[in-house]
Write a protein that binds this ligand. Structure first.
Ligand code: COA
Length: 540
């Protein structure tokens, strides 16, 4: 593969301006991530109380379980950002992938310093999403349980529906049956529904003095049966390990529990992260030829000024080598083969609006990757498919639909990164959340919405004027419509609004993207060759 050349001049004033603006975005990201770790209204009191009970903070727990000096890819750190009166940093649950004896595991760990680790609607979504990632990537799950169970005031949003609390147990039971180990360490409360997390696990460790499991806590037992009993006597670690058998191992403290957990992991017979299957071509990784932090200077501070996706690709892929597919046709989409941390991957990246030719080129390229069993990486930066009479006459609707259908039916692993705009049907054709990429990450400069704020404002004013209320709409009302729609679209297309609601698996710094994708690809490479998909019928 040939090395890409670059037209970027890091000494130019534009580069310096862009870089300064992007460094502000990165600083904001880091600040907000720190908020997820230790911020939030009245949080310090909870943290102090947690420590005073001799308990370890959630991320330190994960650190004690995972192999020393190995990365932990945390998902959706900023979930719940701006929601729940800012009282639920990270939605009170930490999820991600980490290595234990070289084997990748999904971690689902409650943060008891946030609402007692109870599960809000976003926490449930995060729990279920982590299980979905585990299942799709054939990973066992480690549950570090310290939770008040369902967040009772919002029970209608977490209990009854598909993919609510029940969906988590459904997945847990089925993953165990698939041979994906489900292991629990009980480090706090597991009440009512919460009791089923350990109870459905393959092996359970309970920590004396802090771990408790009961279907009904002491107040419920008192109310129902008049029985007065202390929490440890009812469902503590000793009771469940020596009497009921709900737990398999008793640990005197957290550290002992994590040592035991690591020993259990050694017996689970799972593939290590470097035990690749041979369907996916792999060679020794090579660092990109251009520094990753050039990306800060490449992305325009003014999002109306486009930037060349090829320059981004050159800073993400091995050796900046890229075998471009069909470079002289449909130029608003860049397609080609590259390697990320040694894994062969087909890259589809936007250079702005998607025209018919670009849609057809992308469709053709997806077919190539399907035929060759090569994973797909989508780099989204588009305002959507081209509109207008010429475009419609050229069949943009059917050509865009071919791309959307090809993405929907591709069975090779798919990964998506929002590196800029993700608007309209461009989001679908470029493998947005609805198209089930295995992972979807977003950069802090990204934007996601049906359309840009100014377009939405124009469309809604036109609709109002053309409709039944048009004739009686005053100028003041029009101004009010404009301003409220603009405000709404600006708020809702913000990447923090998106990540808060788990429309992605996390906001990441552009310089970390290559490593994150490398880990994601290595998870797929452990798995058997993906089965070929059904034959497609194109509407020509
Ligand atoms: N729903 C809503 N809020 C809950 C909650 C739940 N299930 N469990 C805990 N919380 C909240 C508390 O109201 C408190 O909120 P605040 O910080 O705004 O005051 C915070 O979490 C901490 O709870 P607290 O009881 O002070 O902490 P603790 O460490 O002493 O005890 C638990 C933690 C989980 C053992 C205890 O809160 C508990 O038993 N919760 C209820 C468990 C339950 O019955 N769940 C039913 C699940 S179906």
């Amino acid at each position: 593969m040939n090395r890409l050349t670059t037209a970027i001049n890091p000494a130019s004033p534009t580069f310096a301006d862009n870089r300064a603006a992007y460094l502000d975005l990165v600083a904001t990201l880091r600040e907000r991530q720190q908020w997820a770790i230790d911020g939030g209204e009245r949080r310090q009191k909870s943290i102090d109380r947690h420590h005073s009970r001799g308990k370890i903070m959630v991320r330190d727990r994960i650190d004690l379980v995972t192999d020393a000096n190995t990365p932990f890819l945390e998902f959706s750190t900023l979930s719940a950002w701006g929601q729940y009166e800012d009282e639920a940093p990270g939605a009170g649950i930490v999820t991600g992938v980490g290595l234990v004896h070289g084997v990748p595991w999904v971690f689902i760990a409650n943060d008891a310093t946030v609402k007692g680790g109870s599960l809000l609607p976003t926490s449930i979504k995060k729990h279920v999403r982590a299980q979905e990632i585990a299942e799709e990537n054939s990973l066992g799950v480690i549950y570090l349980v310290d939770s008040g169970g369902a967040f009772l005031p919002r029970q209608d949003e977490i209990f009854p529906d598909k993919d609510h609390f029940g969906g988590g147990f459904y997945r847990q039971a089925r993953m165990s049956a698939m041979g994906l180990p489900q292991l629990s360490v009980v480090l706090g409360g597991c009440t009512a529904g919460g009791a089923y997390v350990p109870a459905l696990s393959d092996e359970v460790i309970m920590v004396e003095g802090i771990g408790r499991i009961f279907l009904g806590g002491p107040p419920i037992v008192k109310a129902a049966l008049g029985e007065i009993i202390d929490a440890d006597e009812l469902g503590g670690a000793v009771k469940h390990t020596r009497v009921s058998g709900v737990s398999d191992y008793l640990a005197q403290n957290e550290r002992e529990a994590y040592g035991k957990l690591r020993e259990i992991c050694e017996t689970t017979n799972q593939r290590r992260v470097d035990q690749r299957q041979d369907w996916l071509d792999w060679t020794e990784p090579e660092a990109p030829a251009y520094p990753a932090d050039d990306i800060y200077g490449i992305i325009s501070a003014d999002d109306r000024i486009p930037y060349d996706a090829t320059e981004i690709i050159a800073r993400l892929v091995d050796g900046s080598r890229f075998a471009t597919f069909k470079p002289e046709w449909g130029e608003s989409i860049v397609t080609g083969f590259a390697r990320i941390h040694g894994h062969l991957v087909g890259v589809i990246a936007n250079n702005g609006i998607i025209f018919s030719e670009s849609a057809l080129k992308a469709t053709h390229f997806i077919e190539l990757c399907e035929q060759r069993r090569v994973p797909l990486l989508f780099l989204q930066n588009t305002s959507g498919y081209m509109v207008g009479s010429e475009s419609e006459a050229g069949g943009i609707a059917k050509n865009g639909a071919k791309m959307v259908a090809a993405v929907a039916n591709a069975t090779v692993p798919k990964y998506t990164v929002l590196i800029g705009g993700s608007y309209g049907a461009g989001n679908y054709g470029m493998c947005g959340r609805g198209f089930n990429p295995r992972f979807l990450f977003a950069w802090p400069n990204s934007r996601i919405a049906t359309m840009a704020a100014d377009t939405a404002e124009t469309v809604l004013v036109d609709i109002r004027m053309g409709g039944m209320l048009g004739a009686e709409t005053s100028d003041e009302e029009l101004a009010e419509i404009r301003s409220s729609i603009r405000g709404q679209y600006e708020t809702q297309s913000d990447p923090y609004y998106a990540t808060s609601r788990l429309w992605d698996d996390g906001l990441i710094d552009p310089v970390d993207t290559r490593d994150a994708l490398g880990l994601c690809l290595s998870l797929a490479a452990r798995q058997p060759k993906p089965a070929a998909g059904p034959g497609l019928v194109y509407r020509m």
